[in-house]
Design a protein around this ligand. Structure first.
Ligand code: SF4
Length: 400
């Protein structure tokens, strides 16, 4: 069976279950490597730990080895909450239990997985010691939940578990989606505008730019990469206008002025928001910037903590642009890391970072979390186009 992961995407699988049911040994058994720490003492795994593997034929996989969902005490409850939060960034979950069968905690976890529409597989580990209770097995059969009887100690059921995981991989993950290739024809020219400023990494282009270049080449189209100071020269040198101009969001205002209106224009972050599957809600979210009022709070959410620069986009530029664009007294709050603040509902809008470290599924779930909590969400690139009055133009190439 051949399965190709979208470029740069990892399948994220969360392992959840009670303490000492063998979650860590399961990772070892599945990957054939003794990397997860295995300890007979309950509760060795405290916080969710990411472990990266190649799981053939799926490709790159990250397992989140989580603390036990039956952990007790104040700290234990915090660990349980952290374990369940991992689900927001998981494409699939393995619910590991043992010969004791499905307890109240596990049934609650199953309910949560169903609510979040996360595909899951129930694994009855230690089945070499004794068969799981018939009550648990018939519960799974009646509800139509897939399960495997497993023993990480003897290796029985490990192959079936791998096969079931492969069968559960979401279709959206298997699709090889183009970034912009589908709106280009072979032979057309794309102009890519990439500022080389002090914020740019030394000696290389950033990954999204490289991925777009590759996508253009896959489409047998031509890519012309220039700095923003060379746009006019580049346009003049072409025999016919480019089929598309893609620019870094930070210079979109300038590029919008320099590139004549009939030429389709978009930004890297807009193209990637679509590639990651959710451009429409982000555009809708950006349009609510017009509705912000005095006293509203806006959450600037960054998916990882990176070194903030003096003119940092999330901390300095976005708060400034919000103020300038709306003319209102808006409080901006920054949150970095994997999880949104508990009190998400307090915010009138979430402006999310470009999510370069997140998978498409990850970002979709974060958008869905905002939607289910009634909070509009957009991202940096789309919001910047809104602040600069070019939103309609930059989404037009994608039919929005
Ligand atoms: S855009 Fe990428 S590097 Fe920046 S905060 Fe988001 S995930 Fe981290």
């Amino acid at each position: 069976m051949s399965m190709k992961a979208p470029r740069g995407e990892r399948l994220v699988i969360a392992l959840i279950g009670r303490r000492n049911v063998g979650k860590s040994s399961l990772i070892n058994a599945l990957t054939g490597q003794a990397i997860a720490i295995v300890d007979e003492q309950p509760g060795t795994t405290t916080d969710p730990v990411a472990k990266h593997f190649e799981l053939l034929p799926v490709g790159p996989v990250t397992f989140y080895d989580t603390a036990g969902i039956d952990d007790v005490g104040v700290v234990g409850k915090k660990r349980v909450a952290a374990s369940l939060k991992v689900l927001w960034r998981s494409d699939m979950a393995l619910l590991v239990t043992d010969e004791a069968g499905l307890t109240h905690d596990e049934k609650a976890a199953i309910a949560q997985l169903k609510k979040m529409e996360i595909p899951f597989l129930i694994l009855f580990n230690k089945s070499d010691k004794s068969a799981p209770p018939e009550k648990s097995l018939s519960f799974c059969r009646e509800e139509g939940y897939p399960f495997v009887l497993l023993s990480t100690a003897t290796g029985s059921g490990v192959r079936e578990t791998r096969d079931r995981i492969i069968a559960l991989v979401p279709e959206s993950f298997k699709e090889e989606r183009p970034i912009i290739g589908d709106i280009l024809n072979p032979g057309e020219t794309v102009l890519l505008v990439t500022p080389i400023d002090p914020g740019a990494p030394r000696g290389r282009l950033i990954l999204p730019q490289v991925q777009v270049l590759r996508d253009v080449l896959d489409r047998d189209a031509l890519a012309y990469t220039v700095k923003e100071s060379d746009i006019t020269r580049a346009l003049d040198s072409l025999k016919s206008p480019p089929a598309l101009v893609i620019t870094d969001s930070q210079v979109v205002e300038l590029v919008n002025r320099l590139v004549p209106e009939p030429v389709p224009l978009t930004t890297f972050s807009t193209a990637f928001a679509r590639y990651k599957g959710e451009l429409a809600p982000l555009v809708e979210g950006a349009r609510t910037i017009d509705l912000l009022e005095d006293g509203d709070r806006v959450l600037v959410a960054e998916a990882c903590s990176h070194h903030a620069q003096s003119d940092d986009i999330g901390r300095v530029k976005i708060p400034r642009w919000i103020k300038e664009y709306t003319g209102k007294r808006i409080e901006t709050v920054i949150a970095a890391g994997h999880d949104f603040p508990e009190s998400l509902e307090e915010y009138a809008l979430v402006i999310h970072c470009g999510a370069c470290m997140l998978t498409g599924m990850d970002m979709k779930r974060r958008i869905r979390e905002c939607q289910s909590r009634g909070v509009p969400v957009t991202n940096y690139g789309v919001a910047i186009s809104k602040f600069h009055g070019v939103l309609d133009r930059i989404v037009r190439p994608f039919g929005l």
